[in-house]
Design a protein around this ligand. Sequence first.
Ligand code: DP6
Length: 359
Amino acid sequence: MLEEFTFLATAKWPKNIQTKATAPSNIALVKYWGKEDIQIPKNTSLSFTLSNCKTTTFLELEEKKEAIEETQIRVFLDDKETPSFVPKIQKFFRLIDAYCPYLKHYNATIRTSNTFPHSSGIASSASGMAALALCLVQVEKSLQPEILEADLRKKASFLARLGSGSASRSIDGGLILWGKHQEIDGSSDLFAVPISSKIDPIFKDYQDTVLLIDRGQKQVSSSLGHSLMNGHPFAEARFAQAQNNITELQSYLASGNLKEFMRLVESEALTLHAMMMCSRPYFILMAPQTMEVIHKIWSYRDETKIPVCFTLDAGANVHLLYPKKYTTEVHEFIEQELKQHCQDQAFIHDEVGAGGEFL
Ligand code: DP6
């Protein structure tokens, strides 16, 4: 157990505690793919925190009659009770038990809603776990008011990571790094940190339009996905490549070299999918429309010289990344050329945001 993240208060427990928080999703530029116990990444990852795609969560803790009883957890998604979410939260609560000992005293009701549709193919685990972690550290603040905001946010990232690795990167805004990197002081496998090196202003309000190619549930769960890297023939080379890509990406972020930034970001996305295509078992998570869109992006970039590139998560959706000053042109391109490849012509405009908030 890590002393830094234990909860030291011995306060008298209030009968009822309510907290509320919101946290955005994030999009990785250098991907986290592969982990060991417990939620320790095999390589460093780096992401943009988003703004519009977010989860808002309301946590209510009510004192149990007997502390020895199993904690009752009820989860409501958009006001509808959703028992299928309970096992994941139960597992999360067990995992953080040593760091949040107050949870044992209470039954929990969690009311959560996402700004993006549940069936959009956008994973809600990053924003969802980050919002819940922010609610939990706010409980601590109410029990121990002298805790500093910076320590609360660090602990929130630490807790969120135990719920879902990428959620650790959804607490703070801007460009966020998670995972120990040999050349970056302050980097950690246990929690994410904003990158402290120089960032060209062009990246401060970068745009991300999520093209919803396939709104279905994920074909490969994240736990299965990460486990595919165990014993993968190219695993070690991939982990080393990610570490180098972090170093390279930092230099492009500092200089504003968009050509190299785009090359690296697209290469990361394709490498993630390449890893899946040669895993055992193997998967193809890109859909035919994903490929159509990628080729259209490349032609558009060649013809117009507008610096727009793509990245992918572990699914078919395409994230279109571009500087804010090209918003008008890129939105027109989406309307005329890309939205026809999206399921129900659906897409979501988003941009780099400021991170989670206590409400
Ligand atoms: C492809 O964070 O969803 O989006 O830790 O098992 O919850 P768990 O995995 P998760 O994995 C995200 C993988 C990714 C790349 C990334 O976000 O870095």
